[in-house]
Write a protein that binds this ligand. Structure first.
Ligand code: DOR
Ligand code: ZN
Length: 356
Protein backbone atom coordinates (compact mmCIF):
# COMPACT_ATOMS: atom_id res chain seq x y z
CA UNK A 1 0.00 0.00 0.00
CA UNK A 2 1.18 3.47 -0.87
CA UNK A 3 -0.45 6.57 0.57
CA UNK A 4 0.14 10.22 -0.14
CA UNK A 5 -1.96 13.37 0.22
CA UNK A 6 -3.63 12.90 -3.11
CA UNK A 7 -3.08 9.27 -4.14
CA UNK A 8 -3.89 5.86 -2.68
CA UNK A 9 -2.43 2.70 -4.19
CA UNK A 10 -3.77 -0.55 -2.80
CA UNK A 11 -3.83 -4.19 -3.78
CA UNK A 12 -6.80 -4.85 -6.02
CA UNK A 13 -9.86 -5.37 -3.82
CA UNK A 14 -12.51 -8.11 -3.95
CA UNK A 15 -16.23 -7.73 -3.36
CA UNK A 16 -17.33 -10.46 -0.95
CA UNK A 17 -21.07 -9.81 -1.44
CA UNK A 18 -22.59 -8.76 -4.75
CA UNK A 19 -25.87 -8.97 -6.67
CA UNK A 20 -25.46 -9.08 -10.45
CA UNK A 21 -28.97 -10.20 -11.51
CA UNK A 22 -29.18 -11.66 -15.01
CA UNK A 23 -29.82 -10.75 -18.67
CA UNK A 24 -29.42 -7.14 -19.82
CA UNK A 25 -29.16 -5.77 -16.28
CA UNK A 26 -26.32 -8.16 -15.46
CA UNK A 27 -24.50 -7.26 -18.68
CA UNK A 28 -24.54 -3.61 -17.62
CA UNK A 29 -23.88 -3.87 -13.89
CA UNK A 30 -20.95 -6.28 -14.11
CA UNK A 31 -18.94 -3.57 -15.89
CA UNK A 32 -18.36 -1.17 -12.97
CA UNK A 33 -17.57 -4.12 -10.70
CA UNK A 34 -15.02 -5.86 -12.93
CA UNK A 35 -13.32 -2.50 -13.56
CA UNK A 36 -12.29 -2.36 -9.90
CA UNK A 37 -12.67 -5.74 -8.23
CA UNK A 38 -10.66 -8.85 -9.05
CA UNK A 39 -13.18 -11.32 -7.55
CA UNK A 40 -16.72 -11.13 -6.28
CA UNK A 41 -19.01 -13.46 -4.41
CA UNK A 42 -22.16 -13.51 -6.54
CA UNK A 43 -25.46 -13.88 -4.73
CA UNK A 44 -27.85 -16.59 -5.95
CA UNK A 45 -31.21 -14.86 -5.40
CA UNK A 46 -32.26 -14.89 -9.04
CA UNK A 47 -35.70 -15.88 -10.19
CA UNK A 48 -35.56 -18.88 -10.11
CA UNK A 49 -32.70 -19.02 -7.60
CA UNK A 50 -29.41 -20.85 -8.17
CA UNK A 51 -30.05 -24.22 -6.54
CA UNK A 52 -28.20 -26.64 -8.81
CA UNK A 53 -24.62 -27.14 -9.90
CA UNK A 54 -25.54 -26.72 -13.55
CA UNK A 55 -27.44 -23.46 -13.03
CA UNK A 56 -24.40 -22.02 -11.23
CA UNK A 57 -22.09 -23.13 -14.05
CA UNK A 58 -24.38 -21.55 -16.65
CA UNK A 59 -24.79 -18.32 -14.67
CA UNK A 60 -21.03 -18.04 -14.17
CA UNK A 61 -20.57 -18.46 -17.92
CA UNK A 62 -23.08 -15.67 -18.70
CA UNK A 63 -21.29 -13.38 -16.28
CA UNK A 64 -17.87 -14.14 -17.76
CA UNK A 65 -19.21 -13.41 -21.26
CA UNK A 66 -20.36 -10.00 -20.08
CA UNK A 67 -17.02 -8.98 -18.55
CA UNK A 68 -15.31 -6.38 -20.77
CA UNK A 69 -12.16 -7.57 -22.55
CA UNK A 70 -9.08 -6.65 -20.57
CA UNK A 71 -10.70 -6.96 -17.14
CA UNK A 72 -9.56 -9.89 -15.05
CA UNK A 73 -12.57 -10.88 -12.99
CA UNK A 74 -13.51 -14.09 -11.21
CA UNK A 75 -17.13 -14.58 -10.13
CA UNK A 76 -17.32 -16.84 -7.08
CA UNK A 77 -20.66 -18.62 -7.21
CA UNK A 78 -23.04 -19.37 -4.37
CA UNK A 79 -25.90 -21.80 -3.97
CA UNK A 80 -29.26 -20.74 -2.53
CA UNK A 81 -30.30 -22.87 0.41
CA UNK A 82 -33.85 -24.17 0.59
CA UNK A 83 -35.50 -26.40 3.18
CA UNK A 84 -34.93 -29.42 0.98
CA UNK A 85 -31.49 -28.73 -0.49
CA UNK A 86 -29.67 -32.02 -0.90
CA UNK A 87 -26.32 -32.65 0.72
CA UNK A 88 -25.18 -34.36 -2.51
CA UNK A 89 -25.67 -31.16 -4.50
CA UNK A 90 -23.66 -29.18 -1.97
CA UNK A 91 -20.92 -31.77 -1.95
CA UNK A 92 -20.74 -32.06 -5.73
CA UNK A 93 -20.86 -28.29 -6.33
CA UNK A 94 -18.22 -27.53 -3.74
CA UNK A 95 -15.87 -30.34 -4.68
CA UNK A 96 -16.07 -29.43 -8.37
CA UNK A 97 -15.10 -25.85 -7.53
CA UNK A 98 -18.44 -24.48 -8.73
CA UNK A 99 -19.99 -23.46 -5.40
CA UNK A 100 -17.73 -21.19 -3.43
CA UNK A 101 -20.21 -20.96 -0.56
CA UNK A 102 -23.88 -21.38 0.30
CA UNK A 103 -26.26 -18.51 1.05
CA UNK A 104 -28.91 -18.71 3.73
CA UNK A 105 -31.90 -16.46 3.21
CA UNK A 106 -34.55 -16.91 5.86
CA UNK A 107 -37.74 -17.30 3.78
CA UNK A 108 -39.30 -13.93 2.96
CA UNK A 109 -36.57 -11.93 4.62
CA UNK A 110 -35.63 -9.92 1.52
CA UNK A 111 -35.69 -9.67 -2.29
CA UNK A 112 -36.30 -13.04 -3.98
CA UNK A 113 -36.13 -14.99 -0.75
CA UNK A 114 -39.57 -16.61 -0.91
CA UNK A 115 -37.97 -19.99 -1.54
CA UNK A 116 -35.46 -19.56 1.27
CA UNK A 117 -35.26 -21.49 4.50
CA UNK A 118 -38.41 -21.63 6.62
CA UNK A 119 -36.96 -23.60 9.49
CA UNK A 120 -33.23 -23.79 10.19
CA UNK A 121 -33.57 -27.32 11.55
CA UNK A 122 -34.49 -28.44 8.04
CA UNK A 123 -30.99 -27.63 6.82
CA UNK A 124 -29.00 -29.05 9.73
CA UNK A 125 -27.77 -32.03 7.71
CA UNK A 126 -26.77 -29.67 4.87
CA UNK A 127 -24.93 -27.46 7.34
CA UNK A 128 -23.21 -30.48 8.83
CA UNK A 129 -21.97 -31.42 5.36
CA UNK A 130 -20.72 -27.88 4.84
CA UNK A 131 -18.88 -27.97 8.13
CA UNK A 132 -17.23 -31.22 7.11
CA UNK A 133 -16.32 -29.90 3.63
CA UNK A 134 -15.07 -26.54 4.88
CA UNK A 135 -17.72 -24.81 2.75
CA UNK A 136 -18.57 -21.34 4.10
CA UNK A 137 -22.13 -20.41 5.08
CA UNK A 138 -23.14 -16.85 4.21
CA UNK A 139 -26.07 -15.57 6.20
CA UNK A 140 -28.72 -12.93 5.72
CA UNK A 141 -29.15 -12.48 9.44
CA UNK A 142 -32.67 -11.26 10.11
CA UNK A 143 -35.61 -13.00 11.72
CA UNK A 144 -38.85 -13.05 9.78
CA UNK A 145 -41.31 -12.41 12.52
CA UNK A 146 -43.99 -9.72 12.43
CA UNK A 147 -43.91 -9.45 16.19
CA UNK A 148 -40.30 -8.24 16.03
CA UNK A 149 -39.70 -4.63 15.12
CA UNK A 150 -37.89 -4.39 11.78
CA UNK A 151 -35.03 -2.46 13.41
CA UNK A 152 -34.44 -5.34 15.86
CA UNK A 153 -34.50 -8.23 13.44
CA UNK A 154 -30.74 -8.60 13.09
CA UNK A 155 -30.12 -8.50 16.81
CA UNK A 156 -32.83 -11.10 17.45
CA UNK A 157 -31.50 -13.32 14.67
CA UNK A 158 -28.11 -13.41 16.38
CA UNK A 159 -29.63 -14.41 19.72
CA UNK A 160 -32.24 -16.85 18.44
CA UNK A 161 -30.50 -18.47 15.51
CA UNK A 162 -26.87 -17.56 14.92
CA UNK A 163 -25.59 -18.25 18.41
CA UNK A 164 -27.20 -21.72 18.67
CA UNK A 165 -26.03 -22.53 15.13
CA UNK A 166 -22.41 -21.71 15.92
CA UNK A 167 -22.60 -23.79 19.09
CA UNK A 168 -23.98 -26.72 17.19
CA UNK A 169 -21.45 -26.48 14.35
CA UNK A 170 -18.28 -25.09 15.93
CA UNK A 171 -16.03 -25.80 12.95
CA UNK A 172 -18.37 -24.13 10.42
CA UNK A 173 -17.05 -21.02 8.68
CA UNK A 174 -19.75 -18.34 8.73
CA UNK A 175 -20.06 -14.84 7.33
CA UNK A 176 -22.77 -12.66 8.77
CA UNK A 177 -23.48 -10.52 5.74
CA UNK A 178 -24.06 -6.77 5.60
CA UNK A 179 -24.12 -6.16 9.34
CA UNK A 180 -26.01 -3.09 10.50
CA UNK A 181 -25.91 -2.99 14.29
CA UNK A 182 -23.56 -2.37 17.18
CA UNK A 183 -24.71 -5.73 18.59
CA UNK A 184 -23.58 -7.53 15.43
CA UNK A 185 -20.21 -5.76 15.56
CA UNK A 186 -19.68 -6.87 19.15
CA UNK A 187 -20.87 -10.38 18.51
CA UNK A 188 -18.63 -10.93 15.48
CA UNK A 189 -15.62 -9.41 17.20
CA UNK A 190 -15.88 -11.54 20.30
CA UNK A 191 -17.35 -14.90 19.35
CA UNK A 192 -15.21 -17.09 17.11
CA UNK A 193 -12.33 -16.90 14.66
CA UNK A 194 -14.56 -18.84 12.26
CA UNK A 195 -17.08 -15.99 12.16
CA UNK A 196 -16.64 -12.83 10.08
CA UNK A 197 -18.85 -10.07 8.72
CA UNK A 198 -19.11 -7.94 5.60
CA UNK A 199 -19.92 -4.24 5.79
CA UNK A 200 -21.52 -2.27 2.94
CA UNK A 201 -20.65 1.30 1.91
CA UNK A 202 -24.23 2.45 2.40
CA UNK A 203 -24.45 1.31 6.01
CA UNK A 204 -21.28 3.30 6.67
CA UNK A 205 -22.77 6.45 5.13
CA UNK A 206 -26.44 6.55 6.06
CA UNK A 207 -28.57 6.01 9.10
CA UNK A 208 -32.32 5.40 9.06
CA UNK A 209 -33.11 9.11 8.72
CA UNK A 210 -31.95 8.95 5.11
CA UNK A 211 -35.12 7.07 4.15
CA UNK A 212 -37.29 9.94 5.36
CA UNK A 213 -35.25 13.01 4.38
CA UNK A 214 -37.83 15.44 3.01
CA UNK A 215 -40.19 12.60 1.99
CA UNK A 216 -40.14 8.87 1.46
CA UNK A 217 -36.77 8.04 -0.15
CA UNK A 218 -36.85 4.54 -1.55
CA UNK A 219 -33.30 4.87 -2.89
CA UNK A 220 -32.07 4.47 0.67
CA UNK A 221 -34.18 1.42 1.42
CA UNK A 222 -32.27 -1.82 1.69
CA UNK A 223 -32.32 -4.88 3.93
CA UNK A 224 -31.26 -5.12 6.61
CA UNK A 225 -32.60 -1.60 6.86
CA UNK A 226 -30.21 1.17 8.01
CA UNK A 227 -30.41 1.71 11.76
CA UNK A 228 -29.89 4.54 14.26
CA UNK A 229 -26.80 6.74 14.20
CA UNK A 230 -25.10 4.86 17.04
CA UNK A 231 -25.08 1.75 14.90
CA UNK A 232 -23.59 3.58 11.93
CA UNK A 233 -20.83 4.87 14.18
CA UNK A 234 -20.15 1.34 15.46
CA UNK A 235 -19.93 0.05 11.88
CA UNK A 236 -17.49 2.80 10.90
CA UNK A 237 -15.32 1.94 13.87
CA UNK A 238 -15.42 -1.76 13.00
CA UNK A 239 -14.59 -1.27 9.32
CA UNK A 240 -11.65 1.04 10.05
CA UNK A 241 -10.45 -0.83 13.15
CA UNK A 242 -7.96 -3.14 11.48
CA UNK A 243 -9.84 -6.13 12.97
CA UNK A 244 -9.56 -8.94 10.46
CA UNK A 245 -13.11 -10.24 11.04
CA UNK A 246 -14.60 -7.23 9.16
CA UNK A 247 -14.17 -6.92 5.42
CA UNK A 248 -15.60 -5.44 2.27
CA UNK A 249 -18.88 -6.65 0.78
CA UNK A 250 -20.84 -4.03 -1.12
CA UNK A 251 -24.24 -5.76 -1.30
CA UNK A 252 -24.67 -3.69 -4.45
CA UNK A 253 -28.25 -4.57 -5.38
CA UNK A 254 -29.55 -3.01 -8.60
CA UNK A 255 -33.27 -2.44 -9.08
CA UNK A 256 -34.79 -0.59 -12.02
CA UNK A 257 -36.23 2.82 -11.23
CA UNK A 258 -39.80 1.59 -11.63
CA UNK A 259 -39.25 -1.19 -9.08
CA UNK A 260 -37.88 1.21 -6.48
CA UNK A 261 -40.53 3.86 -7.09
CA UNK A 262 -43.68 1.91 -6.51
CA UNK A 263 -46.25 1.41 -3.77
CA UNK A 264 -44.12 -1.51 -2.62
CA UNK A 265 -40.57 -0.58 -3.58
CA UNK A 266 -37.81 -3.19 -3.65
CA UNK A 267 -35.04 -3.31 -1.07
CA UNK A 268 -31.56 -2.71 -2.45
CA UNK A 269 -28.98 -0.01 -3.06
CA UNK A 270 -26.89 -0.02 -6.22
CA UNK A 271 -23.44 1.14 -5.20
CA UNK A 272 -21.19 -0.73 -7.66
CA UNK A 273 -20.27 2.31 -9.82
CA UNK A 274 -18.57 4.11 -6.92
CA UNK A 275 -18.13 1.51 -4.21
CA UNK A 276 -14.39 1.81 -3.64
CA UNK A 277 -14.56 5.63 -3.74
CA UNK A 278 -17.41 5.49 -1.24
CA UNK A 279 -15.41 3.33 1.18
CA UNK A 280 -12.32 5.53 0.68
CA UNK A 281 -14.34 8.56 1.71
CA UNK A 282 -15.37 6.87 4.95
CA UNK A 283 -11.82 5.78 5.74
CA UNK A 284 -10.57 9.29 5.06
CA UNK A 285 -13.24 10.83 7.29
CA UNK A 286 -12.25 8.40 10.03
CA UNK A 287 -8.56 9.22 9.49
CA UNK A 288 -7.91 5.57 8.75
CA UNK A 289 -6.89 5.49 5.10
CA UNK A 290 -3.98 3.31 6.17
CA UNK A 291 -6.55 0.59 7.01
CA UNK A 292 -8.37 0.67 3.66
CA UNK A 293 -6.22 -1.93 1.95
CA UNK A 294 -6.59 -4.47 4.75
CA UNK A 295 -10.38 -4.09 4.81
CA UNK A 296 -10.79 -4.07 1.02
CA UNK A 297 -8.10 -6.46 -0.16
CA UNK A 298 -6.57 -8.57 2.61
CA UNK A 299 -8.97 -9.66 5.36
CA UNK A 300 -11.47 -11.22 2.94
CA UNK A 301 -8.95 -13.51 1.18
CA UNK A 302 -7.36 -14.36 4.53
CA UNK A 303 -10.70 -15.45 5.97
CA UNK A 304 -11.54 -17.53 2.91
CA UNK A 305 -8.04 -19.02 2.64
CA UNK A 306 -7.36 -17.46 -0.76
CA UNK A 307 -4.27 -15.59 -1.96
CA UNK A 308 -4.41 -11.80 -1.92
CA UNK A 309 -4.41 -10.14 -5.33
CA UNK A 310 -1.07 -9.10 -6.79
CA UNK A 311 -2.49 -6.38 -9.03
CA UNK A 312 -3.04 -2.88 -7.64
CA UNK A 313 -5.54 -0.06 -8.16
CA UNK A 314 -5.00 3.62 -7.63
CA UNK A 315 -7.35 6.31 -6.39
CA UNK A 316 -6.60 9.99 -6.86
CA UNK A 317 -8.00 12.84 -4.84
CA UNK A 318 -10.24 14.45 -7.41
CA UNK A 319 -13.72 15.48 -6.31
CA UNK A 320 -16.32 14.22 -8.72
CA UNK A 321 -20.09 14.40 -8.91
CA UNK A 322 -21.88 11.05 -9.09
CA UNK A 323 -24.28 10.89 -12.04
CA UNK A 324 -27.95 10.75 -11.15
CA UNK A 325 -28.62 7.74 -13.37
CA UNK A 326 -26.90 4.54 -14.45
CA UNK A 327 -28.26 3.99 -17.93
CA UNK A 328 -29.02 0.52 -19.27
CA UNK A 329 -28.66 -0.12 -22.98
CA UNK A 330 -30.40 -2.78 -25.07
CA UNK A 331 -28.86 -3.27 -28.51
CA UNK A 332 -27.71 0.31 -28.85
CA UNK A 333 -30.77 1.95 -27.30
CA UNK A 334 -31.16 3.23 -23.75
CA UNK A 335 -34.08 1.42 -22.16
CA UNK A 336 -34.16 1.79 -18.37
CA UNK A 337 -32.04 3.22 -15.65
CA UNK A 338 -30.95 2.57 -12.10
CA UNK A 339 -30.24 5.28 -9.54
CA UNK A 340 -26.79 4.72 -8.05
CA UNK A 341 -25.87 5.30 -4.43
CA UNK A 342 -24.53 8.87 -3.90
CA UNK A 343 -26.46 10.13 -6.99
CA UNK A 344 -25.85 13.86 -7.30
CA UNK A 345 -23.34 13.93 -4.42
CA UNK A 346 -19.67 14.74 -4.68
CA UNK A 347 -17.10 12.14 -3.63
CA UNK A 348 -13.47 13.07 -2.96
CA UNK A 349 -11.66 10.12 -4.52
CA UNK A 350 -11.72 8.81 -8.08
CA UNK A 351 -10.39 5.62 -9.56
CA UNK A 352 -7.37 6.36 -11.74
CA UNK A 353 -8.15 4.16 -14.71
CA UNK A 354 -4.82 4.89 -16.37
CA UNK A 355 -2.79 3.57 -13.48
CA UNK A 356 -1.40 0.07 -13.30
O1 DOR B 1 -31.32 -4.64 0.19
C1 DOR B 1 -31.16 -5.78 -0.20
N1 DOR B 1 -31.24 -6.11 -1.52
N2 DOR B 1 -30.92 -6.74 0.70
C2 DOR B 1 -30.90 -8.02 0.35
O2 DOR B 1 -30.72 -8.83 1.23
C3 DOR B 1 -31.16 -8.45 -1.04
C4 DOR B 1 -30.86 -7.40 -1.98
C5 DOR B 1 -31.43 -7.64 -3.36
O3 DOR B 1 -31.28 -8.74 -3.88
O4 DOR B 1 -32.01 -6.72 -3.93
ZN1 ZN C 1 -27.24 -9.07 -0.54
Amino acid sequence: MNLSQDRIIIRQPDDWHLHLRDGDVMKAVVVPTSRVFRRAVVMPNLQPPITSVQSAIDYRQRILHAVPKGDLFTPLMTVYLTDNISTEILREGFQKGVFFAAKLYPANSTTNSALGVINLENIFSAVETMEELGMPLLIHGEVVDDSIDIFDREKVFIERHLHPLLNRFPALRVVLEHITTEEAVEYVKTTSAKLAATITPHHLHINRNAMFQGGLRSDFFCLPVAKRERHRIALRRAATSGESCFFLGTDSAPHLRESKESSCGCAGIFNAPNAIESYAQVFEEEEALDQLEAFASVFGPNFYGLPVNEEVISLIKKPHVIPSQFQLIKGDKPFEYIVPFHAGETLNWSLDKNYN
